[in-house]
Ligand binder design. Structure first.
Ligand code: PEP
Ligand code: CO
Length: 455
């Protein structure tokens, strides 16, 4: 294994840690901080805070992902497009965790396979933007880059990048993660509670179907208990965190050298992914994340060539370590059946075994005539189906799903069994970034994926 902290010698003969080499490379999607001294102070403060996740947990996740890559487990990643500081409330966090747990139950039961549960949570605060600025009427201001950078309100003060938000990002991630750990370790996630996760959600066909499934699970557990089986395993669930590794003034100070192994771990989340806009092979993000031990995801859009994919494998997973690399494809429903198979074919002849995950959200964005950013549930479903079809045709493993969702009854994506239409989007549209599946749509999608997995 290469030494991930290898020093790098620069053109002027100075020597820096490999972990800082990204500073020499082209970098995209960073804010213009008006006060760079204050950014330095905030980063130094973050570097002094405790890690949010531990190296040992990250290593276990890598093993779990390796199983998914070889078709023996399935990854479920879900959460907000952009978490907000105001949205880090007990109710909202609980509803998201419950939704993911319910989806996981549906998938586990349908596929008879372990499901790795992972939230786009506790750090998903920084957003890449297609434009650096936003114009409303005749006013142009910096774009909103996520709560860890600036505010959403369209005023010059709010849109100014504020370094104190970096520190607030850390604290909000810490309290979110604390609640996640309490929910998933403290009895709430006990499989005997499978019914109670449905409580508080309005009655609808997906929840009704879930209730029936929960009844079957209850029965199976009671049978096994009566037969004397020991069920300690059912009391807790492993729940992992993930976010896009985008904002280097946060990711770098959260990266620490593990005392056991002497290697660097990004301790801000278990799993970090590189976005579609920042996956340049010679750019800062790919270089930096090539040097940390966490499992790394890379978003792949429809323009990805087999060669670009191969180069990413060589850079991010030179040792072909099981579980190290996940490709999250986001092709678009109309494109996936053409764009994905050539990549899967190329993988078969490469000596690599990445985990393949579908993100059926980011290739399917539309804007309605009344100005809402939305997605059609049918397109999401169609991309998921195209993902499974492509893998079945080529003979590779469809290993997971990555979705933007919330546990609340928002009206952000069109369709689903409630047949949400354009006029209803205004009823409860809360996302500050991309539209999310609401609780019911998420559950419906889980049933559909379970069917695909069972095929
Ligand atoms: C996201 O996951 O919110 C995102 C911006 O995705 P992508 O990089 O695939 O566009
Ligand atoms: Co998004």
């Amino acid at each position: 294994m290469a030494d991930l902290t290898d020093p790098v010698v620069l053109a002027d003969d100075s020597v820096i840690s490999g972990l800082d080499y990204w500073r020499e490379l082209p970098i995209k999607q960073q804010p213009e901080w008006p006060d760079t001294d204050a950014v330095g102070r905030a980063s130094a403060q973050i570097a002094s805070f405790p890690p949010l996740v531990f190296a040992g947990e990250v290593d276990i996740l890598r093993e779990r992902l390796a199983r998914a890559a070889s078709g023996e487990a399935f990854l479920l990643q879900g959460g907000d497009c952009a978490e907000t500081f105001a949205g880090a409330t007990a109710d909202q966090i609980r509803n998201r965790v419950k939704t993911i747990l319910q989806m996981a139950v549906v998938l586990t039961y349908g596929a008879s396979m372990p499901v790795i549960k992972m939230g786009r949570m506790a750090g998903q605060f920084a957003k890449p933007r297609s434009s650096d600025t936003e114009t409303r009427g005749d006013v142009t201001l910096p774009a909103y880059r996520g709560d860890i950078v600036n505010g959403y309100d369209f005023t010059p003060e709010s849109r100014r990048a504020d370094p104190s938000r970096l520190v607030q990002g850390y604290h909000t991630a810490a309290s979110t993660l604390n609640l996640i750990r309490a929910f998933t370790q403290g009895g709430f996630a006990d499989l005997r509670q499978v019914h109670s996760w449905n409580k508080g959600f309005a009655s609808n066909p997906a929840n009704h179907r879930y209730e029936q499934l929960a009844g079957q699970i209850d029965k199976a557990i009671r049978f096994m208990e009566a037969a004397g089986a020991d069920f300690d395993e059912l009391k807790r669930v492993e729940f992992y965190t993930a976010h896009e590794g985008l904002l280097m003034d946060y990711e770098r100070p959260m990266t620490r050298i593990d005392s056991r192994t002497g290697t660097p771990y990004n301790t801000s989340a278990h799993f970090i992914w590189i976005g579609e806009r920042t996956r340049d092979l010679d750019g800062a993000h790919v270089d930096f994340l090539s040097r940390v031990r966490n499992p790394i995801g890379v978003k792949l859009g429809p323009s990805t060539t087999p060669q670009a994919m191969q180069e990413l494998i060589d850079k991010l997973d030179p040792n072909r370590e099981p579980g190290r690399l996940t490709f999250i494809t986001r092709m678009g429903a109309g494109t996936i059946r053409d764009a994905l198979p050539p990549l899967l074919e190329a993988i078969k002849s490469a000596d690599a075994n990445p985990l393949w995950v579908t993100d059926p959200m980011h290739g399917n964005g539309i804007t309605t005539p009344n100005g809402y950013k939305t997605r059609r549930f049918d397109d999401v479903v169609d991309e998921v189906k195209g993902f499974f079809e492509s893998h079945r045709a080529v003979g590779t493993h469809p290993g997971g799903i990555h979705v933007e969702l919330t546990g609340d009854d928002v009206t952000e994506c069109l369709g689903g069994s409630e047949r949400l239409d354009e006029a209803s989007l205004a009823t409860r549209y809360e996302s500050l970034c991309d539209p999310r599946l609401n609780h019911k749509q998420s559950l419906e999608l889980a049933f559909l994926v379970a069917e695909e997995l069972g095929k």
